[in-house]
Design a protein around this ligand. Structure first.
Ligand code: GDP
Ligand code: MG
Length: 396
């Protein structure tokens, strides 16, 4: 029998962000290796680079997974750490809240300094409410001298300040993910310093445990002999084995019972807001549920197709469009893990909306999505993020 998940330390969700090739995945692998070697036979296990870039479900089921989760513990906390494989996934998962980050490690290569995606991620983190950032000044092993590192650090602090973070006080730790992965003791210590900075700087967020249970479905898996399992990050509330649930949005609702709960492969009696959970659904066939739906307390939230929204249209510098959009614009709408086409109606007298502007819109979605006022979403066109928005009023 499998080892039970024991909730001994507060659980937080963090992630690496930053420009492609600055070393996010290498650093993630290094963190797991350094922690595993701190206490052989302990709670932490080394997760190699190629297992982070490609989650196991992908191999088994041919499902495209856009978030790779890695689990580890520091002396005071339990972390789920997400490493986004690509830039487009990052933007989508951040805005829709699919990643639900309590804090982030901004990885900046000391060789290249802040690059366009560094800025874009900082802007997005701020916009979606990721308030706590720790900087990993990576590839510090390649820096010829300290002056260069000082310069890049200054530049990153200025960038953070410009976009609303406390750039002066954000911890900046000079690391080398690659050297730590190779076992170099000096760089191993720097990874521990980085983790200490995360422990210290990212506070434990308030969890919405008293609200009705809701978990967006990230993936659907079939476990031979057991049935259909849905996975995701619990957004709010709690769920116990035996509780009735409803799966809603995108198609017909499914009423069932949660007959099993796991986190990181370990069974648990109760899932809570903030947890990454796998929920076994009684008598549900694989084709009846899918990514983009939500599992919730029956009757606690309804799917809707029309709503009023407030949006911030991203400027070109933030990774958005270069040109305005007009009425009848049809981008994709991303709510949590769902991706649905919708048509935009502008307010009377408004003919177009410019990049960088704020606007209120009426949207009609091609398929119903579970929503209530306050829910955040992203508008995207191809691989471009057009706007970040909030549902103001549900219409029908
Ligand atoms: P990601 O795209 O941000 O996930 O970056 P990767 O982790 O895939 O790393 C990109 C490249 O940079 C790889 O060739 C790594 O080996 C290299 N790299 C990552 N971290 C370091 C480091 O600390 N020092 C050096 N010298 N190279 C690194
Ligand atoms: Mg990577």
């Amino acid at each position: 029998t499998k080892q039970q998940y024991v909730r001994t330390k507060p659980h937080l969700n963090i992630g690496t962000m930053g420009h492609v090739d600055h070393g996010k995945t290498t650093l993630t692998a290094a963190i797991t290796k350094v922690l595993a070697e701190q206490e052989p036979g302990g709670a932490n296990h080394y997760v190699a680079f190629d297992r982070i870039d490609r989650a196991p479900e992908e191999v088994e089921r041919g499902i495209t997974i856009t978030i790779a989760h890695v689990e580890y513990e520091t002396p005071t906390r339990h972390y789920a750490h997400v490493d986004m494989p690509g830039h487009a996934d990052y933007v989508k998962n951040m805005i829709t809240g699919a990643a639900q980050l309590d804090g982030a490690v901004l990885v900046v290569s000391a060789q290249d300094g802040a690059m366009p995606q560094t800025r874009e991620h900082v802007v997005l983190a701020r916009r979606i409410g990721v308030e706590h950032v720790v900087v990993a000044l990576n590839k510090a092993d390649l820096a010829e001298d300290e002056d260069l590192l000082d310069l890049v650090e200054l530049e990153v602090r200025e960038l953070l300040t410009r976009y609303g973070f406390d750039g002066e006080r954000v911890p900046v730790v000079r690391v080398s993910g690659l050297r730590a992965l190779e076992g170099d003791p000096v760089w191993t210590q720097r990874v521990l310093d980085l983790l200490a900075a995360v422990d210290e700087h990212v506070p434990i967020p308030p969890r919405r445990l008293d609200l009705p249970f809701l978990m967006p479905i990230e993936n659907v898996l079939t476990i031979t002999g057991r049935g259909t399992v849905v996975t995701g990050a619990v957004e709010r509330g709690t769920l116990e084995v035996g509780d009735a649930v409803e799966v809603i949005g995108l198609g017909p609702a499914v009423s069932t019972v949660a007959t099993g709960l796991e986190t990181f492969g370990k069974p648990m009696a109760r899932a809570e807001a903030g947890d990454n959970a796998a929920v076994l659904l009684r008598g549900v066939k694989r084709g009846e549920v899918r990514r983009g739906q939500v599992v919730c307390l029956p009757g606690s939230v309804r799917p809707h197709t029309r709503f009023r929204a407030d949006v911030h249209v991203l400027s070109a510098a933030e990774g958005g469009r270069r040109t305005p959009f007009a009425a009848n614009y049809r981008p994709q709408f991303h709510f949590r893990t769902s991706d649905v086409v919708g048509v935009v109606t502008l307010d009377e007298g408004v003919t177009q909306v410019r990049p960088g502007a704020a606007a209120s819109l009426t949207v009609e979605l091609g398929q119903p999505v579970a929503m209530s006022p306050g829910l955040g979403f992203a508008m995207r066109e191809g691989r471009l993020t057009v706007a970040a928005g909030t549902v103001r009023e549900v219409l029908d």
